[in-house]
Design a protein around this ligand. Structure first.
Ligand SMILES: *Cc1c(COP(=O)(O)O)cnc(C)c1O
Length: 416
């Protein structure tokens, strides 16, 4: 059971420290985020303790980078052991962890080759480069003519090429000129993908479930139809599973729910165990094999510290325990969220332990709900004005979900 005594430890720090730490950040950090005024000092499992000693239940889990919770003991032990051995050699040399990580990840995913990078955006960029090169060398597309199909409402990261196919004006305004060669069609509409495909199409890039858009699950046949189309037309299906993958939805990959195997998986976030940035492009050698020495790279990509962490994450996922837990807790979360329909909530979308909750705009904005929850020691993040996204660490207990949902219900009553 959770009560007030659990969320407030003895306040040791001076109460002005939060304001001072926030002021430092506001003065000296670029203002590319609008954080809630919580200053983390330490964290464990699902709980963050702030600089004043107050404890908060983390229902965001760093956008799914913390699927295993903060500082999971197995992951921390692996990182600490590796810190004592070797942390970085660059790809100029091999490390023992590197080959083992690549082999284990390929085997786990069901492909034969891995390109390790660091951030999610880098994995996406790398996937796009590989798809273009594959198009020219294997498919025979005339040089410079390749096109890639993407979906409306997508979020694949923040680099210049990736925002070139975003339809979010906040992400694009003021950042042109944009990279050509992309065609965006409505998400969930396989006929639109077919209509946009021509002989120069090298790839379709999709989030199987759109995370930033507010946990948007496509129609049941969509991915299977796009898969069939890609196979028939000789086009690579690239699944961005950076947020949806690695147990979040109750399966290893969101694609598994639809019985679809893409040609290329893009992984990130939880792959780094909440400790290091670690991303990867995973595919077969007929695709990833197009890269030759010097054509792509990253100084930190595949470093032994990240690989040691990644190997531990793969070992944890191999048991299936986290996938099962996300499915079971996700069912419970959905039951609790559905009870709020008509009580300040207009729509709930879930897959596994991942939920988009649309707040009735007559009641409050997503931001107002997030702030009110923060005062009750529950941390969530709003997206697209009226939606809050829940992606708790999968180690969360059912009683903690219940307590958080009680807080949400009370917040909605107060604001309503
Ligand atoms: C977060 C995210 C990315 C970008 O990952 P970064 O590590 O922030 O660069 C790409 N695709 C999806 C689906 C994401 O959720």
């Amino acid at each position: 059971m959770i009560d007030a005594a659990m969320v407030t430890e003895t306040a040791t720090a001076d109460p002005g420290v939060t304001e001072r730490d926030i002021a430092l950040a506001e003065r000296h950090a670029a203002h590319n985020y609008h954080p809630l005024p919580v200053v983390a000092d330490r964290a464990e499992g699902c709980w963050i303790t702030d600089v004043e000693g107050d404890r908060y239940l983390d229902l965001l889990a760093a956008y799914s980078a913390l699927n295993f919770g903060h500082r999971h003991p197995q992951i921390i032990a692996a990182a600490q052991a590796q810190l004592e051995k070797v942390t970085l050699v660059s790809r100029a040399f091999y490390s023992a962890e590197f080959g083992r990580f690549c082999a284990e990840l390929a085997e786990f995913v069901g492909k034969d080759m891995v390109l390790p990078m660091n951030t999610g955006a880098e994995a996406v960029e790398s996937g796009l480069k590989v798809a273009r090169k594959w198009g020219y060398e294997v498919k025979g597309v005339p040089d410079g003519r390749a096109n890639i199909i993407t979906a409306s409402g997508n979020f694949h990261g923040r680099t210049t090429s990736i925002i070139s196919f975003s339809d979010d004006p906040v992400a694009t305004a003021g950042f042109g000129p944009f990279t050509p060669g992309f065609r965006t069609v409505p998400f969930g509409d396989s006929a639109a993908v077919a209509a946009a495909t021509d002989e120069h199409t090298v790839a379709v890039l999709l989030e199987p479930v759109q995370g930033e858009a507010g946990i948007v699950v496509p129609p049941p046949d969509y991915l299977r139809e796009v898969r069939a189309l890609c196979t028939q037309r000789g086009v690579l299906l690239i699944a961005d599973e950076i947020q949806s993958g690695l147990a979040r939805t109750g399966r290893t990959f969101a694609c598994d729910h639809f019985g679809v195997v893409p040609d290329v998986y893009l992984l990130g976030k939880a792959l780094g165990g909440g400790v290091v940035p670690l991303s990867a492009v995973v595919a077969n050698s007929d695709v990833l094999g197009v890269l030759r020495p010097g054509q792509h790279g990253s100084t930190f990509g595949g470093n032994p510290l990240a690989c040691a962490v990644g190997r531990t994450v793969i070992a944890m996922l191999r048991t299936g325990e986290y996938q099962d837990r996300a499915a079971r807790l996700g069912d419970h979360l959905k039951v609790r969220l559905d009870r709020l329909l008509g009580h300040g909530v207009t729509e709930v979308r879930t897959l596994g332990l991942w939920a988009g909750v649309d707040i009735d705009r007559r009641v409050a904005t997503g931001r107002q709900v997030a702030e009110a929850l923060m005062h009750r020691k529950v941390l969530v993040k709003d997206t697209h004005l009226t939606t809050i996204r829940l992606a708790p660490p999968i180690v969360i207990e059912e009683s903690e979900i219940d307590w958080a949902l009680d807080q949400l219900a009370e917040v909605l009553t107060e604001l309503g």
